[in-house]
Design a protein around this ligand. Sequence first.
Ligand SMILES: Nc1ncnc2c1ncn2[C@@H]1O[C@H](COP(=O)(O)OP(=O)(O)OP(=O)(O)O)[C@@H](O)[C@H]1O
Ligand SMILES: [Mg+2]
Length: 264
Amino acid sequence: MSEPLLDVRVRAKRYDGRTVLADTRLTIHPGEIVSLLGPSGCGKSTLLRIVAGLDRDFDGEVALRGIRLDGPSPELGVIFQEPRLLPWLDVANNISFPQRARGEAARQAAALLDEVGLPGIKESLPKALSGGMAQRVAIARGLFSRPCMLLLDEPFSAVDAITRTRLQDLLLAVTRAHGMAALIVTHDIDEALLLSDRVLVMQAGEAGAGGGIVHELLVTTTRPRERHAAEDAPLRRVLLDRLAARSDRAATSAARTVPACPSC
Ligand SMILES: Nc1ncnc2c1ncn2[C@@H]1O[C@H](COP(=O)(O)OP(=O)(O)OP(=O)(O)O)[C@@H](O)[C@H]1O
Ligand SMILES: [Mg+2]
């Protein structure tokens, strides 16, 4: 396989002296879509924030194409659960922020609005948008810096079921069109199986030890994928078992245990 695009090692991440992540390694290859799945509080958002360069208070490294990152990078587009649009800026200026939407930036914002299915709303203010529209604008904003990877933290959990399926389709379309990789935090097994090439299961640590990635599942179902496909049933079962097993580290036939980071 090619060299990883992203290589993350977290030896330890602590909050107030409490270890939340320990000995965790995450690699993502160009164009690969990877989901992080795990129970509430196990550290998914913490890991995503570390990858995004939004949290530098940890022991470890984040490298992109072999070069260490020491903060946010335009090569990594970040999309959160809520759109986080600035209410006083119109849609075009939200997409290009902190650049003003003028000249080439305005043209690029308009092209991205077309791409996310919202032509003609560049002068609208965020308050005039539905939740689904606002999240499309957030996706356009995530694409503005032409990143090589999108980082998404439960990006579709605040919208209704139909909007969610459309946004999932949009995410697959934009990652394919731009040849981008993606790291997606989700609680939804079916969403993970629909979107991902690989699903990483995280668990919280026990007895004060930090948690991290405990399982990796390859999803080789051919694309385009059907939602809730019967052929995914064995994978769904494996993921349910892994999520339910807090301390059982035994491998199952369809999933393999992720070894601890060798240099951690
Ligand atoms: N800023 C912070 N200060 C102190 N503790 C924090 C902070 N952020 C997160 N934590 C703690 O770190 C642990 C992991 O939190 P995190 O938000 O990463 O979990 P998560 O897996 O994303 O959960 P959820 O699925 O509910 O979003 C939790 O115990 C949480 O309480
Ligand atoms: Mg979270």
